[in-house]
Design a binder for this molecule. Structure first.
Ligand SMILES: [Zn+2]
Length: 432
């Protein structure tokens, strides 16, 4: 082996002597308004110089050379590509069903090949909706997320940048309630079932070996009823941090959030019933919350399809009031909000579009449009330690750039769906 490495490095060293590198393609983008995510403000009349896959420069007084390629977005608002911090591209649930039934169906009736093919079509809808980066947090069989990411990176499939978790580390049963004991192995086809501290350590090593960028755990297993212990979660966190990987926890009730926070996780998903005292602790430790909330429209459609028999209006009002209250309390206590849709339900529209309804839910809860955009760009990038590359339009960032038509501040819920331009990694996917 060593011989070949030596040979290879000699070849690379000699390349510049007989090859002239081709200059990366350059393009200038004129932006009517541009969202400066670091400052959280809109600025006017900016030009973005893109060289290859990177932003070379941004400013109001850039000179555009004669004959240079220009993309004129001066009628629009230009944003960093959106980041959805909580997706499941390899899993889709029918509106009428539930995670238990559909999860098992995915394992025993859908299978890896069909899941991956469907996911590749789904991935395209995210990119076309302006979501240029996703964090894919499990329910992907055994590392199908890693395969999809590879296919996208190779250009075989069109989709967003993916950061993937591999199988979710979970306690007995995973998130498949109602399975008979004799079929309990089914959960192991979708989750990595943890059996104690030593096993937890091995699970982290496994996931990292086979391609995980981040470790996702189920602090509690909702809708199932078991949970990891603080000691198991601590072991996971220590091991993941040893390899420079973040840990984020599915945690719905207050106890699950509190225990995950005490174990040292880096992020909390959902946190529907989190208490003020836990939110304060999260704020003091700099742990962000990913509120995977539903908009009014999505909630109404869901209850309609589920053939809900109670008072629909009142039920929706109650659920939304709880979500809004939790989001407001989190913001009030200084918790960073990272936008994540968890949109795994088939809303019978392009799935990437449906995913953006989470941003509308934040708006309905009273968040200001530019704060929502920060949650969907730079806050997410910061969590990944990539705030100089992602979720920001500045020199040195990857050229993930989108444009929307309309007034993003005055009419956020409509404007965010009017995506007229999408560029990912310097390549244009939507727009003339
Ligand atoms: Zn999820």
């Amino acid at each position: 082996m060593k011989f070949f490495y030596t040979l290879l490095s000699m070849l690379f060293l000699s390349i510049p002597q007989f090859m002239v590198a081709q200059a990366p393609k350059e393009v200038f983008i004129k932006a009517g308004k541009l969202f400066d995510s670091a400052k959280g403000v809109l600025v006017s009349n900016q030009v973005i110089q893109v060289k290859g896959n990177v932003i070379e420069n941004v400013g109001s007084n850039l000179t555009i050379p004669q004959g240079a390629e220009v993309i004129d977005l001066s009628a629009y608002t230009v944003l960093p590509g959106l980041i959805d911090a909580h997706v499941h591209l390899l899993y889709l649930e029918s509106l009428k069903s539930d995670l238990s039934t559909e999860g098992i169906k995915a394992v025993v009736m859908e299978g890896d090949a069909l899941r991956a093919l469907r996911a590749s079509a789904r991935a395209k809808t995210f990119l076309e909706a302006g979501i240029t980066t996703v964090k894919d947090l499990g329910n992907s069989g055994q590392f199908l997320d890693v395969a999809l990411k590879r296919a996208i990176n190779e250009g075989a499939v069109v989709g967003p940048r993916m950061f993937v978790s591999g199988p979710i580390l979970s306690s007995e049963g995973g998130q498949f309630p109602g399975v008979l004991h004799k079929h309990k192995h089914l959960a192991s086809e979708e989750y990595r079932i943890i059996k104690g501290k030593e096993d937890a350590i091995n699970a982290v090593r496994e996931n990292i070996t086979y391609g995980a960028d981040i470790i996702k755990i189920c602090s509690n297993n909702t809708p199932n009823n078991t949970s990891l212990t603080i000691d198991e979660m601590k072991a996971i966190v220590n091991m993941a941090h040893r390899y420079g990987k973040k840990v984020t926890a599915h945690a719905t009730d207050n106890e699950a959030v509190w225990e995950a926070v005490m174990a040292g996780v880096d992020g909390i998903e959902h946190g529907y019933e989190v208490a003020d005292s836990t939110l304060k602790l999260m704020a003091s430790k700099g742990i962000p919350l990913v509120p995977t909330d539903a908009s009014k429209k999505i909630m109404a459609k869901y209850l309609e399809a589920q053939d809900f028999q109670g008072n629909k209006e009142e039920t929706i009002k109650g659920i939304l009031a709880d979500q809004h209250d939790r989001l407001s309390r989190a913001i009030q206590h200084g918790v960073t909000i990272v936008a994540g849709s968890d949109m795994y339900i088939n809303m019978e529209e392009p799935q990437g579009n449906a995913a953006k309804s989470v941003l509308v839910s934040y708006h309905e809860a009273g968040m200001k449009p530019l704060e929502i955009l920060k949650a969907a760009t730079i806050n997410s990038a910061k969590f990944m330690g990539l705030e100089n590359r992602l979720g920001v339009l500045k020199k040195g960032a990857w050229a993930d750039i989108i444009a929307v038509k309309g007034d993003v501040e005055a009419n956020f819920p409509e404007t965010i769906f009017n995506v007229v331009f999408v560029m990912k990694n310097g390549k244009k996917y939507v727009g003339e």
